[in-house]
Design a protein around this ligand. Structure first.
Ligand code: ZN
Length: 162
C-alpha cells in the first residue's frame, strides 16, 4: 500500500542538522505512527512521503522556511510561571519548558527567571536550522473511520485515549 491521504504510516526517523549532530530520533522509543493528510507532520515531509511504501527510505532536507521558520530575536515574552505546563520546581536559564497557548502547549527556552514571572524565548528550538530527516517507512495501512474523524492515528506509536 502506498502513502496517501487517510493512510496511517509508521515511520522510524532521525532528525539532524544538515551536516550536524542528531537532534531527535525515534530509535530509542518506537516508530512514530501518523495519519497522512491531516497536518500531523510538516507539510514538506508529507509531500516527500506521498507514494512511498513499507521498506522505503526517504531523506528530506529542509531549509528553515520549510521547517520551523527563521529565528526571530524579538520573539521573547515575560509570562507568569503559573502559565507554564508541568514546569519543574527550579527553573533555570537554558531550560526548555512548555507554555500554554491557544495552539496547545508550545516549547519555549527560559532566558531569565524571576519570583513570579519568567522571560521566555518563544522561537521553536529548531528555528533557523537546516534540517535533515532520515525516514524509513515501517508500515502503511488504511486509517479507520474513527482515526479520520479524530485527525490522528491510534494504537502503538500513535494517539492513546484513556
Ligand atoms: Zn483519537
Amino acid at each position: 500500500m502506498q502513502i496517501a491521504r487517510d493512510t496511517v504510516v509508521e515511520l522510524e526517523y532521525s532528525l539532524r542538522e544538515t551536516e550536524g549532530e542528531v537532534l531527535e530520533s525515534s530509535q530509542a522509543t518506537m516508530p512514530l505512527a501518523y495519519l497522512h493528510g491531516h497536518n500531523n507532520l510538516l507539510p514538506a515531509l508529507e509531500r516527500a512521503l506521498v507514494g512511498k511504501a513499507a521498506g522505503d527510505d526517504v531523506t528530506v532536507n529542509l531549509a528553515p522556511e520549510e521547517a520551523y521558520g527563521e529565528r526571530r530575536e524579538q520573539l521573547t515574552q515575560r509570562v507568569p510561571i503559573k502559565h507554564l505546563s508541568h514546569a519543574p520546581k527550579r527553573l533555570a536559564p537554558g531550560m526548555v519548558v512548555r507554555m500554554q497557548t491557544e495552539r496547545g502547549a508550545e516549547p519555549a527556552r527560559v532566558l531569565k527567571v524571576g519570583k513570579f514571572n519568567v522571560d521566555l524565548d518563544l522561537n521553536h528550538p529548531f528555528a533557523g536550522k537546516h534540517l535533515q530527516f532520515d525516514l524509513k517507512v515501517v508500515s502503511v495501512r488504511a486509517a479507520t473511520a474513527e482515526e479520520i474523524a479524530h485527525g490522528h492515528a491510534h494504537g502503538p506509536g500513535g494517539h492513546h485515549h484513556h
